[in-house]
Design a protein around this ligand. Structure first.
Ligand SMILES: [Fe+2]
Ligand SMILES: [Fe+2]
Length: 213
């Protein structure tokens, strides 16, 4: 059992993932949540595209370059898929055209960022498969995106371990700490926004109840 969880790190839900899932479930009761959630996913995929495009030209290791090129291609496909599903084909492109500061990250920090972000992405896909269970078209997309995100989570984790084994353990530890800290900060910011909405969310009836009322 332990071995299986080791191979599927996204299945090890920490307190952050558990609390986040509760808040998202509450929020999903709100009218319009499903479409907005797909738009947010499209923007998040577009953000990954921008970051990978900025980093790829300076990657010299051929194996890592091949993996990151495949990663970029996957995220472009995810952006197109979620933009189409949310009803705004330009949702992701609109974000990408605004540019981003993340192009300044060095390669180690970037891979550390994706190691955490892809794990969260997998947890989101698992949760959304439950929240979109009524929509076969979205569900089909979430299933193949989930498969890609598992690949991204796995190769970034292996790359970080490889750098640590190759004599860069201290730098790897620092980059992982920084990525986890960024992840926690972003979670706390989102949670604070959720908390302000909480009174309204707690009295909202599920959309399915409204549909059948
Ligand atoms: Fe993605
Ligand atoms: Fe990904």
């Amino acid at each position: 059992m332990r071995d299986k969880r080791e191979r599927r790190p996204w299945a090890r839900r920490d307190w952050q993932a558990r609390l986040s899932a509760r808040l998202v479930r509450l929020r999903s009761r709100q009218p319009g949540w499903h479409q907005e959630a797909l738009r947010v996913l499209a923007v998040s995929e577009a953000r990954s595209v921008v970051m990978l495009e900025a980093a790829l030209p300076s990657v010299t290791d051929p194996v890592l370059k091949r993996l990151m090129t495949k990663h970029l291609e996957d995220e472009r496909n995810h952006d197109v898929a979620f933009s189409g599903l949310c009803g705004d084909a330009n949702a992701g492109k609109a974000f990408a055209s605004r540019g981003t500061q993340s192009g300044r990250m060095n390669l180690l920090d970037l891979v550390a960022f994706f190691e955490v972000a892809e794990l969260r992405g997998c947890q989101t896909m698992e949760l959304y498969r439950e929240l979109f269970a009524h929509d076969p078209k979205v569900l089909e997309t979430l299933n193949w995106v989930f498969r890609d995100e598992k690949f991204h989570a796995t190769y970034t984790n292996r790359q970080m371990d490889k750098w640590a084994r190759e004599g860069h353990a201290a730098e790897v530890r620092r980059a992982r700490d920084a990525a986890r800290s960024r992840d926690r900060t972003s979670f706390l910011r989102q949670s604070a926004a959720f908390m302000l909405e909480l009174p309204r969310l707690l009295v909202a009836r599920p959309e399915t109840d409204r549909a059948t009322a």
